[in-house]
Design a protein around this ligand. Structure first.
Ligand SMILES: NC(=O)c1ccc[n+]([C@@H]2O[C@H](COP(=O)([O-])OP(=O)(O)OC[C@H]3O[C@@H](n4cnc5c(N)ncnc54)[C@H](OP(=O)(O)O)[C@@H]3O)[C@@H](O)[C@H]2O)c1
Length: 293
């Protein structure tokens, strides 16, 4: 029987390269994005390397919780799942709200993957042994570790808010791995390092995206960022592909797969019990699992 994989934001950047890697491995890959033309182009490229079932595109705006729920319902109705790669991520130069009235960085980088994952757990169980891969970022190191509310106190600094949302998602990911231990579903975080993609091109053009303290070091910050995001997306996809398919990871769970596609130690703050509890509480409150938003 066909083994199914889903890659969110899989029509461009690191997600497309990840989808190609999974298709080459033999999985029937569904890529999710907003733009149908981009989706069609991605499917052509994935089909050219696929060795198993044919790829396809499904449209969904992962900034909308309603759209995430509809996507989950469609995917769940179609049967067991072998791999879910929550690759979607975004950084917004200006503060934005989603259609749900939630700050967009937190919604796209954490709530959306959280909700999709939770709604697909039964199907991943049916497809077991199966894997969940959540894409993280080194930006978690500049995160403010307070999760009493969606938005941290103080001003909007895109890079820090992005890191904070990714930290929320990493804390959720590592906790989920423990929750699912022995269930047949294993859970990994993957750090792509960096790549030149739509997300990074032009991102570091303004010092406004970092806090006033870090602005003092702006030339250094910018140079470091530019250097670390100069490589191709095909290389940055390797950690996600390894997390989803590498047989040496069979039976293991809760690992962070680093930029060189091998396990690395996770940032200490991601397992802090208070962070985990606050993130879970916020997630349940904003994206109720029994229905609601
Ligand atoms: N690039 C880096 O250096 C870097 C470093 C660390 C971590 N990461 C993480 O790696 C992941 C991939 O990053 P990337 O640089 O490849 O990003 P990207 O280039 O911005 O990704 C583009 C893809 O995202 C889709 N997308 C964007 N917003 C969407 C939405 N609201 N709903 C559905 N699809 C959406 C786009 O499709 P449509 O346009 O059709 O919607 C397209 O397929 C993210 O989680 C990112 O945070 C990246």
């Amino acid at each position: 029987m066909e083994q199914r994989a889903v890659v969110t934001a899989g029509t461009g950047g690191i997600g497309l390269e990840t989808a190609m890697g999974l298709a080459e491995y033999g999985l029937a890959v569904t890529v999710v994005g907003r733009d149908a033309e981009r989706g069609a182009r991605a499917v052509e490229r994935i089909a050219a390397v696929a060795t198993g079932g044919g790829p396809r595109f499904v449209a969904a705006d992962l900034a909308s919780l309603g759209s995430v729920r509809a996507l989950a319902a469609q995917l769940a109705a179609e049967g067991p799942l072998k791999v879910l790669v929550n690759n979607v991520g975004a950084m917004f130069a200006e503060r934005q709200q989603t259609v749900d009235g939630i700050e967009a960085t937190f919604a796209v980088n954490h709530l959306s993957p959280y909700l999709l994952t939770e709604l697909l757990l039964d199907r991943l169980r049916d497809g077991g042994p199966s894997r969940i891969v959540n894409v993280t970022s080194a930006a978690i190191r500049v995160a403010r570790r307070t999760f009493d509310a969606v938005e941290p106190p103080g001003g909007y600094y895109a890079f820090h808010w992005y890191g904070r949302a990714k930290l929320a998602n990493l804390a959720y990911t590592l906790d989920l791995a423990e929750r699912l231990r022995g269930s047949g579903i294993t859970v990994f975080a993957a750090d792509p390092g960096g790549a030149a993609t739509d997300m990074t091109n032009g991102t570091m053009s303004s010092p406004e995206i970092v806090s006033p303290a870090l602005r003092l070091l702006w030339p250094l910050v910018r140079r470091t960022f530019e250097r670390s995001t100069a490589g191709p997306a095909s290389v940055a996809a390797r950690p996600s592909i390894a997390a989803a398919t590498d047989v040496s990871l069979d039976g293991q769970t809760g690992l962070l797969i680093g930029p060189d596609a091998t396990p690395v130690r996770a940032f200490r703050g991601s397992t802090d019990p208070r962070t985990v509890n606050d993130v879970l509480r916020l997630s349940r409150q904003l994206a109720a699992l029994g229905g609601g938003r």
